[in-house]
Design a protein around this ligand. Structure first.
Ligand code: ATP
Length: 341
């Protein structure tokens, strides 16, 4: 039981918003569609929902071709960024509407069951306008789940909320989706959110799905340079791998799972850690305080590189700093013999 998208194209005049995209979502699986603004995520999602017609290509649920099926017959539930609740109905009224829209007669036990699922059991009679943003999104989720859709589509479900709340709600939503057991496709531009929510991540760029894999797969082995950059690698260097030792301009480090040959290696800021015993020497040219660490800009030879220091010991601009390489901050890019196996 699965959603299968093949060679999907959606065009707006000359804009190829979705360009030959292919993607699967298995039964009960949660897949995140991750990519920068404007890459076509929402258009792909809306096309699966039936809100945007496909120019060519196929959207199937197993053997059933959904490509031209009207929205309400696709068996799909939708949750948008702002919830789109009915402000004049109470919480239970909004959930009942989810059932009525699909010509299912709402029963009170079913409404209770759904509110219980999203952790809002005591909220039946509350006006939705009196709820917090996070609570409103949970009502939207209960309403979307009410008719037991085979697939749930969520378009940036948390991005209207502030950051601290978003992290907590991403965890709640991940748990909720597992409990509901419904297959889901979630659009987000935030990799932390994608990794928290999804079993698998599909990376999208310029209308195409460029890579799919687990969070660890895509984080450790981005398929190409733009993907590595999108996933936080500020610096990409040529490297050489021999016997699991990766050698590059700044030094060498052992990385299990790598294959011999030439490679490209991506460095995230915490690939270089301030350490008095580190083998690399540089001069601090910039310093920014972050929540639990200090980000440094360091001149090493002719390069300026990002590095991370602890708040207590971070050096000041102008001072010399020694750095060591932390393998957790490195990515080995795909399509090179040196990529991790
Ligand atoms: P964001 O994260 O900013 O919402 P996105 O990845 O979801 O971006 P889409 O909204 O799918 O991207 O847009 C993909 C491309 O299609 C963009 O170039 C956008 O301007 C264009 N586009 C989207 N909807 C329409 C429309 N109704 N008419 C014309 N162009 C559109």
């Amino acid at each position: 039981m699965a959603l299968r998208i093949r060679h999907l194209n959606v065009h707006f005049g000359p804009t190829r918003a979705v360009d030959d995209a292919g993607l699967d979502v298995a039964d009960g699986e949660v897949v995140a569609l991750l990519g920068p603004s404007g890459c076509g995520k929402s258009t792909l999602l809306r096309s699966v929902a039936g809100l945007e017609p496909a120019a060519t290509g196929e959207i199937r649920w197993d053997e059933e071709d959904l490509t031209r099926t009207p929205v309400h017959q696709r068996g799909i539930g939708l949750v948008f960024q702002d919830g789109q609740l009915f402000p004049h109905r109470d919480v239970a009224g909004n959930v009942r509407f989810g059932l009525r829209m699909h010509r299912i007669r709402p029963t009170e036990p079913r409404v209770d069951e759904l509110l219980d699922l999203v952790g809002l059991k005591g909220y039946r009679r509350r006006r939705v306008t009196d709820l917090s943003g996070g609570e409103q999104q949970r009502v939207a989720l209960a309403r979307a789940l009410a008719p037991k859709p085979r697939l749930l589509l969520l378009d940036e479900p948390l991005s209207a909320l502030d950051r601290v709340l978003r992290e907590q709600l991403a965890l709640d939503l991940a748990r909720l989706l597992r409990k509901a057991g419904t297959s889901a496709l979630v659009v987000t531009h935030d990799h932390d959110e994608a990794f928290t929510l999804a079993d698998r991540v599909a990376l999208m760029r310029e209308g195409r799905i460029v890579q799919t894999g687990t969070a660890e797969d895509v984080w450790r082995n981005p398929v190409d340079e733009p993907t590595a950059t999108f996933l936080g690698c500020g610096l990409i260097l040529d490297a050489h791998v021999r016997d699991h030792t990766v050698t590059f301009e700044l030094g060498e480090i052992e990385l299990p799972g790598t294959r011999d040959g030439v490679a490209k290696i991506g460095l995230r800021p915490h690939a270089l850690l301030a350490d008095p015993d580190g083998p690399i020497s540089g001069e601090v040219s910039g310093r920014v305080h972050r929540r639990d660490h200090v980000r440094l800009l360091v001149k090493v030879g002719h390069r300026e590189v990002d590095a991370v220091a602890s708040i207590a010991t971070a050096p000041e601009p102008g001072q010399t700093v020694r750095l060591r390489i932390d393998p957790d901050g490195l990515a080995v890019l795909g399509d090179h013999p040196g990529q991790r196996e």
